[in-house]
Design a protein around this ligand. Structure first.
Ligand SMILES: *Cc1c(COP(=O)(O)O)cnc(C)c1O
Length: 462
């Protein structure tokens, strides 16, 4: 299996190199040259399998020679053993034809554990064999950072540096990043907002001398291996509701478009998905783009679903690549226009292509709070604000086809918003109950690339 860049000029890579690289050197994102199809019979055979066996069947064709069959099975088993539910991604029913896929039973209580725990295992295995050492850097608005730290803590051959905006993450999120005491974990509180952190990370990747000297690796949601890991639960949910014999639809609370793009890959592989519904909060650039064709940035407004407070939705580039007939030059031109003018117009043909697979909607802050309260009262299910955005949008897209809404985080990760909506403070799961007693370890840095690079060089083995 070969991987190509959405901007057409970066080297073609195999799975291993694609995973270790993250961002392509032409600024694009990697995608498989061909999406390997699954037959109806192969999809039907997934019914009743364990999450781990199903993950193996779905991911095997993408991984090529990077891992042999037994190794891949072993890495998948290790990745999901720390989840506290035997189904890994259990489903609940909310209404006659509306289901909730709970993706928050991993170690840091958000769906990002599904991908991050797996790529932690993948990195460790790949690096142990080659004796290479890498430096992982990532920017986070909260959930990515804690998931990455939990996945890479204590691993050999890896140092992990996570930049988060000082004072702008929830206390639970901050403590999940600052309390692991492993020597290879480095939590960095940056003076600025999430965009400041993300810009610093991008600048480090674009400084090729630094990038090569410290063997920089990226694990944010543009890393193809993360998208691949997320394809699996679309299959597990779909077959449990009767696919491939019956179609299903999904609604996905969306920020960087990584999670929903995994659904698009599942659909391309042959899972009968009628619609993939993009659900956004009041930062609704994706909803506006799919409605009007204009992809125009207009500043981030904070919300009670902060993991979806984004200005530029990185993984949307992957969908655009297909919508423009896999023309890397056309995508590069759109991205240049975005950079210089703050937006671009999607062509009519590309828009029609996108609308065949995707629908969209958004939820205001009031609608989000009202949904948390109503669903708790009606069903007993306590939603986090991100999941509530999904449920609100899904409710206006219900049809005869079963709708599955993705619940992306545990309510205890956002206790203030949930308490404001329901009057009840959601308790942390027992295994995390001492989070507020553990000592914190964090370095505060300014918005200064040179100082940051010096700090990183000083922390990693020469
Ligand atoms: C990251 C995150 C999202 C958005 O996922 P994308 O892949 O960026 O679209 C939604 N909800 C929660 C809780 C998250 O942590």
């Amino acid at each position: 299996m070969k991987y190509i860049s959405t901007r057409g000029t970066a080297p073609v890579l195999d799975f291993r190199a694609t995973m270790l690289t993250g961002l392509a050197r032409d600024g694009g994102l990697y995608l498989p040259e061909h999406v390997p199809p699954m037959t109806q019979a192969e999809i039907a055979a997934l019914a009743g399998q364990s999450y781990e066996d199903l993950a193996y069947a779905v991911m095997r064709p993408f991984i090529g020679a990077a891992f042999d069959d037994d190794t891949l099975r072993k890495l998948i088993a290790r990745a999901y053993q720390g989840f506290d539910h035997p189904a890994r991604a259990p489903m609940k029913q909310l209404a006659p034809n509306h289901f909730l896929l709970e993706l928050f039973h991993g170690p840091t209580l958000a769906f990002k554990d599904f991908a991050m725990q797996l790529i932690g295992q993948f990195f460790q295995e790949a690096l142990a064999r080659s004796g290479q050492r890498v430096t992982i850097v990532g920017a986070t608005s909260g959930d990515t950072g804690s998931a990455a730290i939990e996945a890479f803590r204590g691993l050999k051959n890896v140092d992990v540096f996570i930049l988060f905006p000082h004072g702008r993450v929830s206390e639970v999120q901050r403590r999940q990043m600052t309390t692991p005491d492993d020597a290879n974990v480095h939590a960095l509180a940056i003076d600025g907002d999430f965009d400041t952190c993300q810009a610093l990370v991008k600048d480090m990747f674009n400084d090729f001398a630094f990038r090569d000297a410290v063997a920089l690796a990226g694990v944010n949601s543009i890393n193809w291996a993360r998208v691949l890991a997320q394809v699996v639960y679309y299959f597990s949910a779909g077959v449990s509701l009767g696919a491939p014999h019956r179609p299903v639809s999904f609604t996905v609370p969306t920020g960087n478009f990584g999670d929903i793009f995994a659904g698009y890959i599942a659909r391309a592989m042959g899972l009968p998905i009628e619609k993939l519904v993009v659900a956004t909060n009041h930062n609704d650039i994706l909803h506006r783009a799919l409605s009007s064709g204009g992809y125009v940035t207009d500043g981030v407004r904070p919300s009670i679903s902060p993991s979806m407070d984004i200005q530029v939705s990185s993984n949307f580039e992957r969908a655009l690549f297909d919508a423009y007939g896999r023309d890397g030059a056309a995508v590069a031109q759109l991205m240049d226009e975005l950079k210089s003018t703050g937006g671009f117009q999607i062509s009519q043909g590309a828009l029609e292509y996108l609308r065949e697979a995707f629908a969209s909607g958004c939820a205001s802050e009031d609608q989000t709070r009202a949904t948390i309260a109503r669903i708790a009262a009606d069903t007993g299910e306590v939603l986090c604000p991100h999941s509530a955005v999904g449920v609100h949008v899904a409710e206006s897209h219900l049809s005869a086809t079963p709708m599955i809404t993705l619940a992306t985080a545990h309510p205890a990760k956002f206790p203030d918003a949930v308490q404001a909506a329901t009057g009840q403070r959601p308790p942390l799961p027992a295994r995390m109950a001492d989070l507020f007693d553990r000592p914190e370890r964090v370095t505060r840095l300014g918005n200064d690339l040179t100082a940051l690079q010096a700090h990183i060089r000083g922390k990693i083995p020469a």
